[in-house]
Design a protein. Structure first.
Ligand SMILES: Cc1ncc(C[n+]2csc(CCOP(=O)(O)OP(=O)(O)O)c2C)c(N)n1
Ligand SMILES: Cc1ncc(C[n+]2csc(CCOP(=O)(O)OP(=O)(O)O)c2C)c(N)n1
Ligand SMILES: [Mg+2]
Ligand SMILES: [Mg+2]
Lengths: 334, 320, 334, 320
């Protein structure tokens, strides 16, 4: 049940921007799912539909030179960090001009130019990498920060412990964000997770942790602003637990029969874009303006999708490029 | 005999062994909903959630706990989902499972089956496509099985579950839907006994897992050209059937080993080297370039060893 | 500073037994160090001198059919579990009749007959194995329990998280014991460990955890009795953090120059055997009886050492036995 | 030239590179007190605890964090203590470090040196004695170096630190005290260029790491019998010097590859297979049995490949 919104104070233009960003994310993922259905996208797609407020609220607060590490469910984070939607769709379609030249696909999407250091196909692996990116920032006396987003399932992997302990011991500038959508693939994460949850685990490492309704963009935004200020201030790592809900299946191919339709229907009422729209309407933004946000997002993505679709595949020789400097990948093969 | 898929054959094998032996249990992420490929579909209904157990995303614990549970006399079947994720539990497999019996002077056994689906599967990219069977063949204490057919996926999995050694059991993701005849009931394929897929006198081709089917296609084409291929499906890499391979290579005078894995330091090198040491046969290997697997189809396809390459190599070995 | 002992109530004969056991452990390790100095023991030895109250107080409470998993610093635990001192010394000397036939040595000492399922050369690896042993006990509906002892350094490895979560999720009968001697090799563990310590980390998994002075055998004994009763009662895992001090270097070869002599001298005053002796003297046990405990332990170990020393090495063919059932280890070699 | 140990040579290499490039730093357990073998002794005094950094016992984080730090432009030298413990960080090395550059389409590099001391060291038993260099040679993206001499331990380590690829750098624990002449200052040994230890025309012996010295002893004995050994120290397994090995094997007509690691699926198979594919030389391999390393000296020694076995094999290849 969303809280009563009527009395909340917020910056309308900021929320309007977030509203647009969330629509762009949703449109992008809907396009990816369409590509999947039409067998144009060939690899797995893990949509974050319903979770857009985490991407917009967390990543929207990062500077361009800040660093982001994400997961297999990272389209929203990546777009929010400033990646180009067309380059992203080219990557998902495995085309020339994709952020990774078509060699990574959805699970390895990355855009170093905007500080997005990679999704990851291995759950939890990004946590230690993020700690290390922050370690480099500290060694180089830079003032930027790292943000590492992972799922609720990732907190059961060893690197969660090792990465959080590392960041705390070395006092590193990193904001850890557990984007808790209730599921780890087909499993209700709570059934396989002991204790009081991600924030409690983080606090056991002496890391200040907050919990937030991850479908409430204002709440996420406010929490992240506060935590990031502490991280930027040299306070060491901080932790945010954002609760949300995955409205789709685990992948585009998962119909998610393991959960009742009523549950999904109920949670759909709390999805973040609608809640943001309601706040904006309450603040006097008219329905046409909100619809225009959606339409603009969909137009952008439709054009990006068409361009991506029209782009060629990389040539086969790309298979042997950027492997490594030393030694030929073709030695001894074929 | 029944016609069934590679996937269904494995499921039948597991179900049969679980019925036979109450100490057999399976554990892994999402097993209660059938597992990531449906290999466990329906099993929780029959055996309950204790014996078809879900797990947290804790590969080290999934494998490490199974080592403890195996030392205590149960027989865990461990699902690693993609062999790539098994890299999160290598200490548990290599330093613990494989060595426990020896280190402890024979006091305990680790009867453990680690299922690690391998191989390329359309656009799964670098972290979901690896075939690292050569690694495990190198590790004392481990058994390595790589079934290529539905019948073998039943018979080898049953043997693996009954084996007292830890078995790395590598199913190929592309083979799940492959159909074939599968013997009903007690069908055990012993380890270390290869399968002659087709007999021929000109070139010996040794392969395993999905690549066997690629080689069979090449052999068919070569047959049309009058080149007889002795095609051997190795089935298990440790132990491996040296007798059949050496006999065949000595007879044909030509050995071609072919696998999907990276050629450099792949298990093909072991076979080629062994044959070169013991016969005067010509040897050749075919494997993937030493490059990660890419996402875009042409990039992915560039590292596949196709039937045309197999046939071309065989032809060139024949001087054609 | 040890607490005032004068007013404590305890079972004198039980403490006397523990006093004997602690002397046996110390004598065994002194013999191992002698073997090392004389180049009779060839592998590394990690002595637990000064930590004997953990072994005696924890493991002394286990039944023979309970299961123990230990570490590289596991001689005391193993002896306390009921392993034969001569078989242990034979193992340390790599001789026939060693608990592992001379094939494991100090770091892999194990005695399955008494439920000791192995030391481990990999820090933290025993934690997940212990969870699994307890898992098997639960599956088999047995009433025994598992005890897993590890060091303070091990709580920074991923398997600590994964093993504790696992045990808690599945409600397994295991007592985890963190034997905290202040050091991880040459490193003060506190310098590389974030947060409020092992018990806090355990509680983050919802596991009841206690903290105890690990040099106070009575305190350890009492805490373990309480926790083990809960584990046996089906309460799931429990956790004990026992603080002690490593009086020797990390290994027999480590002179430990990284810590001040005064620190060691001060901590030596708190070593557990002396404290137990003081309690016993206070309860009227005379000095001669206490000296006899020590002498008996030393005599037992001296005899065991001589027998071990006299025993032959295993034959070379042992290298190829108990590798595995399937395939010959000699195939393709030499 | 200065006379120094294998250990001191590596320490000098690291210190020189750290002086040259402020982005080089080292991280691992106990480094502040010199590291487990003393390889880092004195360095924290010169470079401070940020650049000679201690670490918690968190192998996954040590390696994984270094991947992140390398992607961000620093050059971490990671100490894994024993190569066996590196098995606690295989995902980080194989799925992350090795693949990042390729997966991300060349956007980033992972200039990382992973020091993994290998090999048997008296009575260290199954979990502290392994040599798994073949594994890393099989993984696209990784460089693998196995220095055998003090000079190479300087020159290869310096090259590794300057390399933009992740390098698995395997020092042999038994070699730490070995003394030799080491060039002062800028001494870089390139990857993929083998070292001819001695020239001979009868048998080519290829080896690396500590086993080179065993083979040299055998070659000396063989020389006394009139058998000339062309002894090649491979130095790096990826890339490896095919040119020198193929030239030599073609010339002598006999190739013997010898390593301390398990023979089955060891890197010797790759070399033997390559030579068999490209020359008509006889090939033989010598490696350890497929058994874990035991603790008791006779059990441990039973899996060592000694000079006598090397000489005997060479003799038998000569028909003697
Ligand atoms: C180490 C590892 N284990 C298993 C998987 C398979 N897998 C991919 S996503 C996923 C669920 C992850 O759950 P969570 O961390 O909550 O992220 P979400 O998918 O909900 O965003 C699993 C098990 C994997 N990719 N990596
Ligand atoms: C995974 C792993 N990393 C490093 C080591 C090397 N090592 C052996 S003992 C030790 C210190 C362990 O500290 P702690 O857990 O506190 O146990 P203690 O030695 O103090 O009993 C280290 C780092 C190891 N054996 N395993
Ligand atoms: Mg989730
Ligand atoms: Mg300690």
């Amino acid at each position: 049940m969303p809280p009563d919104q009527s009395s909340r104070n917020f910056d309308v233009s900021r929320l309007r921007e977030q509203h647009r960003l969330m629509w762009r994310i949703r449109a992008l993922e809907q396009a990816a799912l369409r590509g999947l259905a039409e067998k144009v996208v060939l690899g797995a797609i893990h949509p974050s539909i319903g979770q857009e407020a985490v991407a917009a609220g967390v990543v929207g607060n990062l500077r361009r030179d800040d660093i982001l590490l994400s997961t297999h469910r990272g389209h929203g984070h990546t777009l929010a960090k400033g990646a180009d939607s067309e380059a992203m769709l080219r990557e998902l379609l495995g085309r020339v001009g994709g952020t990774c030249g078509g060699k990574g696909g959805s699970m390895h999407i990355a855009d170093f130019q905007v500080g997005m250091l990679g999704a990851n196909g291995v759950v939890g692996a990004n946590i230690v990498i993020a700690a290390g990116a922050a370690h480099a920032i500290k060694l180089r006396r830079e003032d930027r920060v790292v943000c590492c987003i992972f799922g609720d399932g990732a907190i059961n992997r060893g690197p969660f412990l090792e990465g959080l302990n590392w960041a705390a011991v070395f006092g590193l500038p990193v904001l850890f964000v557990c984007e808790d959508n209730g599921f780890a693939a087909t499993t209700r994460t709570a059934s396989m997770t002991a204790g009081a949850g991600p924030a409690t685990r983080a606090r056991a490492f002496g890391i200040v942790a907050e919990e937030v309704d991850g479908n409430d963009i204002l709440a996420v935004d406010a929490a992240v602003q506060g935590l990031l200020a502490q991280v930027r201030g040299g306070g060491g790592p901080r932790f945010l637990h954002a609760s949300t809900y995955r409205l789709t299946g685990h992948t585009g191919a998962d119909a998610a029969p393991y959960r009742p339709a009523e549950e999904v229907a109920a949670r759909r009422l709390e999805e973040p874009i609608g809640r943001a729209a309601e706040l904006l309407r309450g603040a006097g933004v008219d329905a046409a303006a909100l619809a225009a946000d959606q339409a603009a997002a969909e137009a952008e993505i439709a054009a990006a999708y068409e361009a991506a679709f029209a782009a060629p595949y990389p040539e086969a020789a790309e298979a042997f490029r950027d492997v490594q400097d030393v030694g030929s990948p073709l030695q001894g093969a074929f | 005999m029944a016609r069934m898929t590679y996937l269904a054959a494995a499921r039948a094998a597991l179900a049969e062994e679980m019925r036979r032996d109450p100490l057999v249990w399976a554990v892994g992420e999402d097993l209660g909903r059938g597992g990531v490929f449906g290999q466990y579909a329906g099993l929780v209904e029959e055996f309950g959630p204790e014996r078809i157990s879900d797990a947290p995303i804790s590969e080290a614990a999934i494998l490490g706990a199974s080592v403890g549970a195996a030392l205590m006399g149960t027989r865990p079947v461990v699902e690693m989902r993609f062999s790539d994720f098994a890299l999160c539990a290598v200490d548990e497999l290599v330093n613990q499972a494989a060595k426990a019996r020896f280190m402890f002077g024979g006091q305990g056994r680790v009867p453990l089956v680690v299922r690690e689906p391998i191989g390329m599967w359309r656009s799964s990219a670098a972290q979901h496509s690896q075939s690292l069977e050569a690694w495990y063949a190198h590790i004392p204490g481990l058994v390595v099985a790589c079934p290529a057919t539905p019948a073998d996926n039943k018979g080898l999995l049953k043997s693996a579950i009954r084996c007292d050694d830890p078995v790395v059991y590598m199913e190929h993701k592309n083979l799940w839907p492959l159909e074939g005849e599968v013997p009903e009931g007690e069908h055990l394929v012993p380890f270390g006994v290869a399968r002659r897929v087709r007999a021929g006198g000109d070139v010996t081709i040794v392969s395993w897992s999905q690549q066997v089917h690629v080689c069979a296609e090449a052999a068919e084409a070569l047959a049309g050209e009058g080149i007889g291929v002795d095609l051997i499906d190795l089935r298990t890499l440790w132990p491996w059937d040296r007798v059949m391979v050496l006999e065949s290579a000595a007879r044909t005078g030509r050995l071609l080993v072919c696998h999907e894995a990276v050629a450099v330091a792949g298990f093909g090198a072991e076979i080629a080297a062994t044959v070169a040491e013991h016969t005067s046969a010509k040897v050749r290997r075919l494997g993937a370039p030493r490059a990660p697997v890419g996402y875009a189809p042409p990039v992915e396809d560039a590292v596949r060893v196709g039937a045309a390459a197999v046939a071309a190599t065989a032809r060139s070995m024949m001087g054609r």
